[in-house]
Design a protein around this ligand. Sequence first.
Ligand SMILES: NC(=O)c1ccc[n+]([C@@H]2O[C@H](COP(=O)([O-])OP(=O)(O)OC[C@H]3O[C@@H](n4cnc5c(N)ncnc54)[C@H](OP(=O)(O)O)[C@@H]3O)[C@@H](O)[C@H]2O)c1
Length: 253
Amino acid sequence: MLDLLRGVEVPDALAPYLGVDRSRPMHECWVTGHMVAGLDGTAAIGGRVGSLSTAPDQALFRRMRQIADVVLVGAETVRRERYGPVRLTDEAVDWRRARGMSPLPPIAVVSRTLEFDWSAEVFAGASADAPTYLITCAAVEPNRLADARKHATVLVAGGERVEPAAALQALAGLGHRVVLCEGGPTLLGELVAAGRLDELCLSIAPLMGGDPVPVSVTPPGAGLAEFDLVGTMVEEHTLFLRYQRGEMRRHER
Ligand SMILES: NC(=O)c1ccc[n+]([C@@H]2O[C@H](COP(=O)([O-])OP(=O)(O)OC[C@H]3O[C@@H](n4cnc5c(N)ncnc54)[C@H](OP(=O)(O)O)[C@@H]3O)[C@@H](O)[C@H]2O)c1
């Protein structure tokens, strides 16, 4: 047991995340999950992340998108959190350009129903340089699919549901090698169950009593996934934990 003493000042909270080598993923692309939980594990308060996320967590959340080739997110999170296209500072854009990355990562939304308000910023405000993707499955209602194609770049990855592996293969095929998944719990749980989560950046906010929803909801029967703790930081009373997938330590329940 180690006592994690508050010690070395980290001048830039993003620096430890920028320094991670994501060039050797378990599969065709590296998947980083970024989530915030309360002390009791809650992932939302009143159906939104807002009051769960502290000021330092919000700041890191916005900046973390700098690492991503694409930001992957579930449909319910897009609807509830009123997603828009990614915005980054000029400095972050320069950092990306210097590494041969696109100036801004596009958003990729996973949905079976394709029930969206097409005037929402995430669709209407997307630029030609970073068009929003919709990842859906073959079972989607044909009229909705035709409608969706007018507002986003549609990828079909799976039959009755989106298969996480097929979705990630499609994104990798478009050149997206680092996928930042911002949840929600259902989508993250599916990635975990499919053995596709390489890294989890988890913020622990200092409160309890939110909605009874954990940060990851794995489908029944999924195996366990184990992770190694590779980074810890604290600001005010928020803890920032970084985990990476443990080497071949996946067990059946
Ligand atoms: N604490 C955090 O860091 C954090 C992060 C994100 C979200 N949240 C919170 O989480 C809550 C939403 O939770 P959630 O689990 O419902 O969100 P979610 O994972 O974002 O969305 C679930 C939806 O995504 C689509 N989906 C997911 N997996 C799919 C698959 N394999 N195939 C086809 N479609 C799939 C479906 O959309 P369709 O219904 O369109 O078919 C499904 O209803 C909100 O309260 C939000 O604020 C918390």
